[in-house]
Ligand binder design. Structure first.
Ligand code: TXA
Ligand code: MG
Length: 328
């Protein structure tokens, strides 16, 4: 019997053109020779290097200007590769079977094969299988797991298309594979399943509710008193647009602002923003957020007023990114 995962992998493999295959082969060679490659995933674009090569991992931190204690996510193309870098347990296998390929990164005990620099000095590592044909073929072609943070300079919004990767970090990569706009637009969920209760370290493309429903148990947040776990990445300010951003519940509240303001949300604002972007629903708001933040920076607006999303589904991840962009 072929599993859902195998079927999805076959389907994705069939969707890559011959020309793209040729580019992927070239990119895989670059990865094996210790260089970095920009590549698409279903969430955001990644800045990839050989996860087993400490030198390549060090290049990633340098290119992003990222603190060395903030670990990288390791991308794999099959379960065997996952087993080569972390200790799997039943919960991890269950969630992989249910949500991979997809936007769920699992934090597990790392094996010694993973250099300390890749995992930011921790004894755990985060792994995920992206739901993107180009990404999976790249990993398969290289034959090694690929460490990849989002392909932006540290502190900037994550890139959701190839042109933004070239703009932000083009000089650090040997090449960028162009897979078109990212489908999800926000990064993966990071879930610690290394022991005890699962802890949601970063909300993302797979919702807390979906994970709780699959596991039939509550998922803790790092803020729950009982949990000591946290993600190093959450200590740093992220997703900062170049102008201030504030979140509001009240589409009329923006009228009081005495600066040129931009509006983003799912409702019409009252008053006269210099630019307004109204999304059709929370999914679209999440998918387009990073692109829109970069667009608004160039619009002459002096402040961004963002409507607070409701917290269900992808809304929790969206609210998290807006809060970080606002510097809370
Ligand atoms: O969707 C995504 O996850 C994208 C694409 C490219 O796959 N990648 C991404 O990577 O967002 P990055 O480096 O921007 O975010 C990785 C997050 C950070 O918050 C980091 O602290 C956390 O994952 N992380 C990685 N390894 C960890 C570990 N062993 N324990 C706790 N948190 C970890
Ligand atoms: Mg990032």
């Amino acid at each position: 019997m072929t599993s859902r995962l195998e079927e999805r992998l076959e389907e994705l493999k069939a969707s890559v053109s011959d020309e793209m295959h040729a580019q992927i082969r070239q990119a895989a060679q670059k990865i094996l020779s210790g260089e970095l490659v920009g590549f698409p995933t279903e969430t955001v674009y990644g800045l990839g290097g050989n996860a087993l090569d400490a030198g390549a991992a060090a290049k990633i931190y340098a290119a992003k200007g990222r603190p060395s204690d903030n670990p990288l996510i390791i991308h794999v193309c099959d379960i065997k590769m996952a087993e080569s870098v972390v200790e799997l347990n039943w919960r991890a296998r269950f969630l992989m079977d249910r949500f991979w390929p997809g936007p769920l990164s699992l934090v597990l005990k790392a094996k010694d094969t993973v250099p300390l620099v890749t995992r930011g000095g921790l004894d755990t590592a985060a792994i995920r299988m992206p739901d993107n044909a180009i990404a999976l073929e790249l990993i398969r072609g290289a034959g090694v797991p690929i460490a990849a943070p989002s392909a932006n300079r540290s502190g900037r919004p994550s890139p959701t298309d190839a042109a933004t990767v070239r703009d932000d970090i083009g000089d650090a990569v040997a090449m960028v594979l162009d897979g078109g706009p990212a489908r999800v637009g926000l990064e993966s969920t990071v879930l610690d399943v290394s022991g005890g209760s699962p802890v949601l370290l970063r909300p993302g493309g797979i919702s807390k509710e979906e994970i709780e429903e699959a596991l039939q148990m509550p998922v803790l947040l790092p803020t729950d008193g009982s949990s000591l776990k946290h993600s190093p990445g959450t200590r740093y300010r992220h997703y900062a647009p170049k102008i201030p951003l504030v979140m509001t519940d009240d589409p009329g509240g923006a009228e009081a602002v005495d600066k040129k303001w931009a509006w983003i949300g799912t409702s019409e604002p009252t008053g006269s923003p210099v630019i307004k972007i109204i999304f059709k629903d929370t999914e679209e708001y999440a998918k387009e957020l990073f692109r829109v933040l970069r667009l608004i920076e160039k619009s002459g607006a002096e402040i961004i007023i963002a409507q607070r999303p409701d917290e269900s589904g992808i809304g929790l991840a969206l609210k998290d990114r807006l809060a970080r962009a606002s510097g809370i």
